[in-house]
Design a binder for this molecule. Structure first.
Ligand code: 13P
Ligand code: SF4
Length: 359
C-alpha cells in the first residue's frame, strides 16, 4: 500500500513467525514477504469484527495455514458453519459452500471474496431438473452432493459429501425401505459409491472439471516413474482411476491417511493446493504432484479475503423459502453420527456387479 501499512515490518515478521515456520517448505521467502503483511492485517480484522474464515483444503497454503480458522473438507466446514458463534463467516472456498454456511447459520453475515467462484458440479443441475427426476422416479429418495445450489438442495431429501456418501445412501434407503436411491449430480462419485453398497444408484451426468481429467494412464505413468509411491485419489475421479490407486477418500481422508501412515512418497490425485497444505504438516513425506487446478477455488486470494472483511462484501443470501428446504437436507446429513474415521472407498471389497442407472 502507498502508505506502507502493508509493508513487511519487524512487527509483521514477529506476528507471523509461527505461520512462516509452518509453510516455509511450500512458500518461498519472497512470497512470504508479500503475503505476511496481509495475513497479519486479515487476522487483526477477524478479531475486530468477530469473524471466522472457513477454508477448504484446496485453498493455497498462505490462506489455508495463514488465515483459516477452520480448515477441512466440505463436511467439516459445513459442521463448523452450523456450530461456530462468530458474527461473520468468510468462506474461503466456492459459492455452494458459502450458501451452505448461510443456510445453516441464517443469522450470520456470510461473505465470499469472489462471487464468480463456482463449481462445474453445482452448475450441472437445476431445481427444475430435480423436479423432473422426482416425477420420473416417484417413491425414491433423492440424495444430493453438497456441491449443488441451495435451490437444488431444497428439492432433495438429504445431502452427502464424499466423506459420508455411502453412509448417507444406506441410511436413507433403510429409512425409506427401498433398494434404490437417486444420487445427484456427480456421475463418478455415484459410480464409486455404487461399488461400495448393495443399494442401486440412479445418477446424473455431472462432472467435476478437475477430477474428470485424470485417467488410468496417468496412474500407470506414475507407477512406472515412482514404483514406491502410494497413490491416493478423490472419489470425484473416474472409477478406473480409483481402481488403479491404493486408496480413495475425501480430501480430509487423504490428509488423515498421510498423517497416520506417514508414507515415504505419496501422490494425491486431486486439486493442486491439497498436496501443498498436507506437505506443510508432513515433512517426512515426499509429494509427487501431478495435480489439476480448480479455476473456481483459485479465484480466492489473500487480497480478496482482505477486501471481503474490510468492506463486508460479497454477502451471500439465500431466499428464505429455499433455505428452509435446503437446511433440512443439510441438517439431516449433519445429524447422522459422524463416522469414526473419514470414509474411504474400499476398492478391494468393491462389488463386481454395479447397478447404476444414468439419467
Ligand atoms: P471434499 O473436500 O468434500 O472431499 O470435496 C472436494 C471438492 O471438490 C470440493 O469442491
Ligand atoms: Fe467443483 Fe471440482 Fe472445483 Fe470442487 S474441485 S469446486 S467439485 S470444480
Amino acid at each position: 500500500m502507498a502508505d506502507g501499512s502493508f509493508a513487511f515490518t519487524p512487527a509483521v515478521e514477529d506476528a507471523t513467525a509461527a505461520l512462516w515456520q509452518k509453510v516455509q517448505g511450500q512458500v518461498t521467502p519472497l512470497e512470504w514477504r508479500l503475503h505476511a503483511p496481509l495475513i497479519a492485517e486479515i487476522n487483526r480484522l477477524k478479531r475486530e469484527k468477530n469473524a471466522v474464515i472457513l477454508a477448504h483444503n484446496y485453498m493455497t497454503p498462505e490462506i489455508f495455514h495463514g488465515v483459516g480458522d477452520f480448515v477441512g473438507d466440505s463436511l467439516g466446514l459445513a459442521r463448523e458453519a452450523a456450530r461456530c458463534d462468530a458474527s461473520i463467516i468468510v468462506q474461503a472456498g466456492v459459492h455452494f459452500m458459502a450458501e451452505t454456511s448461510k443456510v445453516l447459520s441464517p443469522g450470520k453475515k456470510v461473505l465470499i471474496p469472489d462471487l464468480r467462484a463456482g463449481c462445474s458440479l453445482a452448475a450441472s443441475i437445476t431445481a427444475d431438473d430435480v423436479r423432473l427426476i422426482k416425477a420420473r422416479y416417484p417413491g425414491l429418495p433423492v440424495v444430493t452432493y453438497v456441491n449443488t445450489t441451495a435451490a437444488v438442495k431444497a428439492e432433495t431429501d438429504i445431502c452427502c459429501t464424499s466423506a459420508n456418501a455411502v453412509q448417507v445412501v444406506e441410511a436413507v434407503a433403510r429409512e425409506w425401505g427401498v433398494d434404490r436411491v437417486i444420487l445427484l449430480p456427480d456421475e463418478f462419485l455415484a459410480r464409486n459409491v455404487a461399488r461400495q453398497t448393495e443399494i442401486g444408484i440412479i445418477a446424473w451426468k455431472g462432472r467435476c472439471e478437475v477430477h474428470e481429467r485424470f485417467d488410468a494412464s496417468d496412474i500407470a505413468e506414475l507407477r512406472a516413474a515412482w514404483p514406491d509411491a502410494e497413490i491416493l485419489a478423490h472419489p470425484e475421479c473416474p472409477t478406473e482411476v480409483l481402481e488403479a490407486s491404493d486408496f480413495a477418500g475425501s480430501t480430509a481422508a487423504m490428509s488423515d491417511y498421510v498423517a497416520r501412515r506417514k508414507p515415504r512418497r505419496v501422490v494425491l490425485i486431486t486439486e493442486c493446493s491439497m498436496a501443498d497444505n498436507v506437505a506443510c504438516d508432513a515433512p517426512e513425506t515426499e509429494f509427487v504432484r501431478p495435480c489439476n487446478l480448480c479455476p473456481h477455488m483459485k479465484r480466492i486470494s489473500l487480497e480478496n479475503i482482505h477486501a471481503a472483511l474490510l468492506e463486508e462484501r460479497f454477502e451471500v443470501t439465500v431466499d428464505p423459502a429455499i433455505a428452509v428446504g435446503a437446511r433440512a437436507a443439510v441438517q439431516r446429513m449433519i445429524d447422522l453420527p459422524a463416522p469414526a474415521v473419514a470414509a474411504r472407498y474400499d476398492l478391494v471389497k468393491a462389488r463386481h456387479h454395479v447397478d447404476v442407472e444414468l439419467i
